[in-house]
Design a protein around this ligand. Structure first.
Ligand code: NAD
Length: 358
């Protein structure tokens, strides 16, 4: 049994990873999360009573707090997901991204390095810091046959992806310079349950149910490669269990879809699964689709070549886009209390009343 420390574990992917670890392994997990607007303890509700789970409300920019948590929990493995993650917010206010994604990662690396240096030799050998990153660090693709591989040069376009690229470089430097055992993964767009309603898929579902316009940037021709979040969580666990220190692994779902196609698929699923919730003046949910001015610097296409992780670690996604998107729509229809608490802001109030479990 190992002790995992998961930063950003109250976010979308982090909470999926924590649920996966506690439901499928014997390991202990401590979540380190500052509970920004994107952090939500309700996403950890299924595991909050688990005796192997602990939560620390800590900002990764605070080195002393990181030192305290590492000394107390003695992690064997740190999985780093805490980040500012929304591209549109990074365009409106890049500083928060610079602070958390760059400075926060630096503080975490330093805390981990000092903690690791002080470990007994036996445990030191098994220690890993796994940095979770994005395919957006590679910029965008224009040819339809091109794919991002682990050696594609970095060319980030947005403040978000530039800060994630910076954090990847810092992590590699801490390996090369200080010998800190690290692994990096770069993943494509995730979707699934507990996804914050500002992102394309949950926003579309929730707006459609409310009879509100479904905004699509530009002409909707941008292509993203979609991965069901639980497949990502399994991939991350296979990387820390069997991946090689110092390596990078790309993770992707082989599910390239144009943004407009994604929105149309969601509308068609809602016509099938929730026709009674459609506003009476609409003949189909697609009538709500509204094209809006394109995002500045919008990348045209992302596509991942995930053959290395498939070949070396035997990981493949279990969900197709069709099965995963159907599960996702079912989840949002079955769990309105989760996203309504975000829409009305009560999720932030609720969290204040929660005792920190230890
Ligand atoms: P998210 O925004 O849903 O969650 C981020 C979490 O980090 C939140 O719980 C937030 O409270 C926490 N956090 C933010 N700043 C913090 C700080 N200073 N200290 C401590 N905690 C802080 O993000 P996500 O979509 O779950 O993404 C998780 C990671 O995966 C990010 O590093 C992101 O770059 C990467 N990633 C995301 C995707 C995707 O499609 N969502 C794809 C590839 C990689």
């Amino acid at each position: 049994m190992k002790q995992f420390l998961v930063t950003g574990g109250a976010g979308f992917i982090g909470s999926a990873l924590v649920r996966f670890l506690l439901e499928n392994t014997e390991h202990r997990v401590v979540v380190v999360d500052k509970l920004s607007y994107a952090g939500n303890l309700a996403s950890l509700a299924p595991v909050q009573q688990n005796a192997r789970f602990a939560f620390e409300q800590v900002d990764i920019c605070h080195r002393a707090e990181l030192d305290r948590v590492m000394a107390h929990y003695q992690p064997d493995c740190i999985m780093h997901l805490a980040a500012e993650s929304h591209v549109d917010r990074s365009i409106d206010g890049p500083i928060a991204f610079i602070e958390t994604n760059i400075v926060g990662t630096y503080q975490l690396l330093e805390a981990a390095r000092h903690y690791w240096n002080g470990m007994a030799d036996e445990r030191k050998k098994g220690f890993i810091l796994h940095h979770i990153s994005t395919d957006e660090v590679f910029g965008d693709l224009h040819g339809s046959d091109d794919f991002f591989t682990e050696t594609t040069p970095y060319a980030p376009s947005s403040p978000y992806s530039a800060t994630k690229a910076s954090s990847d470089h810092l992590v590699r430097a801490w390996l090369r310079t200080y010998g800190l055992p690290v692994i990096i993964t770069n993943c494509s767009n995730n979707y699934g349950p507990y996804h914050f309603p500002e992102k394309l898929i949950p926003l579309t579902i929730i707006n459609a149910l409310a009879g509100k316009p479904l905004p699509v940037y530009g002409n909707g021709s941008q292509i993203r490669d979609w991965l069901y979040v639980e497949d990502h969580a399994r991939a991350l666990y296979s990387v820390v269990s069997s991946g090689k220190v110092g390596e990078t692994y790309n993770i992707g779902g082989h599910n390239e879809r144009r943004n407009l196609e994604v929105v149309e698929t969601l509308c068609d699923l809602l016509d099938e699964l929730a026709p009674q919730q459609r506003a009476p003046h609409l003949s189909r949910y697609r009538d709500l689709i509204t094209f809006v001015s394109d995002r500045p610097g919008h990348d045209q296409r992302y596509a991942i070549d995930a053959s290395k992780i498939e070949r070396e670690l035997g990981w493949t996604p279990q969900e197709t886009f069709e099965s995963g998107i159907r599960k996702t729509v079912h989840w949002y229809l079955a769990n309105p209390q989760w996203w309504q608490a975000i829409l009305n802001g009560s999720y932030r109030g609720e969290r204040l009343g929660l005792a920190t479990p230890r």
